[in-house]
Design a protein around this ligand. Structure first.
Ligand code: ATP
Ligand code: MG
Length: 378
C-alpha cells in the first residue's frame, strides 16, 4: 500500500487497523508530491491511501496525478475533516472510497473491497480487449475469405472460358464443316443432333460462368441490376421494379460486384423466405455514397432470424460491405423487409473509363483478350 500521509502517527494508526483485521500489508509512507510520483513510477501498488491535507498539495491533486499516470490502482481518500463537496468530487473522479480519520474501523473492509473490485475490473477489461481482438481477427478472416472466393470464382470462370469454351467452339466449327461435306441423311441427322447437344453444352457453360462471374456487370451496375430485376420478375412471377437515380455510374473497383452480390442475396432471400408479391430495387448515388435498397412486401423477419446458426447470407453481406468501408442496414416489419447497402465511393474524374465497372482486382484485368462474356455469343 502506498500511503500518502504527513503525520506518522496517523499512518501507524491506519496500519494497526489493517493489522487487526488480519491484512498483511506492506506500506510505504510518502509526504510530498515528488515522493508520491517517484513511488508511483518505481513500484507496483495494490492500493493508494491518501490524506486530504498534505504539505504543498491535496489528496484530490494526488488522485489526479494517479489518474494521469494511467495506472489502474484503487485510491482511497482518508481525512480528518472531509467536506461533502470534496468527497463527492473525489468519488466523481474515480476514488474507490473516502473515510474519516475518526472512523477507521471501516478502513480494512474498504481496502479489501477496493482491491477486489479493481481486480475484477482489470480482468473484465482484459477479457473485453481479448474479445475485441478476436472479433477483429474473425472479421478480417471473413473478409479475406469473401475476397478469395470471388477471385477463385473469376479464375474458374476464366478456365471454363479458355479450356472448355475454346474446345467446344472448335468442335462446333468442325461439326459444321463435317455437316457441309458429308452426304446421306443419317449422317446429317447425327451431325445436327451433335450440334444441338453442343449448343446445350455451350449454354450450360455460359450459365455456369455467369454465376461465377457475372459478365453482365461489364455493361455496368445499372444494366446488371436492371437485367437481374427482369429475370427475377419472370422467374418468380411477382412484380420487381428497378429504379435508379442515374443511367450510369462511375464506381471504384469492387463496388459494382459488391452491389451485385448484395442484390443477388437479397432477391434469393425474398424468394426463399418472404412470400412477397412486390419487390423494389432502388439504386442511388448521392453525396459520394452509393445506396442500394431492396425492399419487399413480404412477411418480414422474425426475432431471432438474424441469429440463426446456419444462416450466413446476411452476415456475409455485412463482412463483405466492410471490405470496402460500407455497411448494411436491415429493417423489417409485418409489412415487409428493407435491406440497404451503403458504400462511400470516391468518384473517378469525368472522361475516365467508359464502363462503370472494374470487376476484378488488377491481377485479373491484364488478360483482356479473354473476355468470358464474349465467347458465349458464338
Ligand atoms: N426478405 C426476407 N423476408 C423474410 N425473412 C427474411 C428475409 N431475408 C432474410 N430473412 C430471414 O432471415 C434469416 C437469415 O437470412 P440469411 O440470408 O442470413 O440466411 P438464409 O437465407 O437462411 O441462409 P443462407 O446462408 O443460405 O443465406 C433467414 O433464414 C430468414 O428467416
Ligand atoms: Mg440468405
Amino acid at each position: 500500500m502506498l500511503h500518502l500521509e504527513d503525520n506518522e502517527l496517523d499512518q501507524a494508526l491506519a496500519a494497526i487497523h489493517l493489522q487487526r483485521a488480519g491484512l498483511a500489508t506492506e506500506v510505504l509512507r510518502v509526504e510530498t508530491e515528488q515522493a508520491f510520483r517517484e513511488a508511483l513510477s518505481n513500484d507496483e501498488w495494490d492500493v493508494v491511501l491518501s490524506d486530504f491535507n498534505l504539505p504543498g498539495f491535496t489528496g484530490l491533486r494526488a488522485q489526479q496525478i494517479l489518474k494521469d499516470s494511467g495506472k489502474q490502482i484503487p485510491f482511497i481518500l482518508v481525512s480528518g475533516e472531509i467536506g461533502e463537496d470534496t468527497a463527492v468530487a473525489a468519488m466523481r473522479n474515480g476514488a474507490s472510497d473516502y473515510l474519516l480519520k475518526n472512523n477507521l474501523a471501516r478502513l480494512a473492509p474498504a481496502v479489501e473491497h477496493a482491491i477486489a473490485a479493481n481486480r475484477d475490473r482489470l480482468a473484465r477489461l482484459a477479457a473485453d480487449r481479448e474479445l475485441a481482438v478476436g472479433r477483429q481477427r474473425l472479421s478480417a478472416l471473413a473478409q479475406h475469405l469473401q475476397t478469395s472466393i470471388e477471385m477463385e470464382r473469376a479464375a474458374i470462370a476464366r478456365e471454363i472460358h479458355d479450356d472448355v469454351g475454346g474446345s467446344l467452339t472448335a468442335i462446333k466449327f468442325d461439326l459444321a464443316w463435317i455437316g457441309r461435306h458429308v452426304e446421306g441423311p443419317e449422317v446429317q441427322q447425327r451431325v445436327a443432333s451433335a450440334l444441338e447437344t453442343l449448343g446445350q453444352a455451350l449454354e450450360a457453360s455460359q450459365r455456369i460462368m455467369h454465376n461465377l462471374r457475372p459478365a453482365i456487370l461489364e455493361q455496368g451496375l445499372v444494366a446488371a441490376l436492371q437485367w437481374m430485376a427482369g429475370r427475377f420478375e419472370r422467374r418468380e412471377g411477382l412484380t420487381c421494379v428497378f429504379r435508379t437515380s442515374r443511367d450510369s455510374m462511375q464506381l471504384p473497383a469492387g463496388v459494382p460486384l459488391l452491389a451485385y452480390r448484395f442484390a443477388q442475396e437479397a432477391l434469393t432471400n425474398i424468394s426463399k423466405h418472404a412470400q412477397a408479391t412486390r419487390v423494389t430495387i432502388d439504386l442511388s448515388l448521392t453525396r459520394g455514397v452509393l445506396s442500394l435498397e431492396v425492399s419487399d412486401n413480404g412477411c418480414g423477419l422474425a426475432s431471432g432470424d438474424l441469429d440463426k446458426a446456419k444462416s450466413f447470407g446476411l452476415r456475409g453481406l455485412h463482412e463483405r460491405a466492410g471490405t470496402l468501408g460500407g455497411w448494411v442496414d436491415i429493417s423489417s416489419s409485418a409489412v415487409g423487409t428493407v435491406l440497404m447497402l451503403s458504400v462511400p465511393v470516391r468518384l473517378r474524374p469525368a472522361g475516365g473509363s467508359h464502363s462503370d465497372t472494374e470487376l476484378e482486382p488488377p491481377t485479373f484485368d491484364h488478360d483482356d483478350d479473354h473476355d468470358p462474356s464474349a465467347w458465349g455469343t458464338l
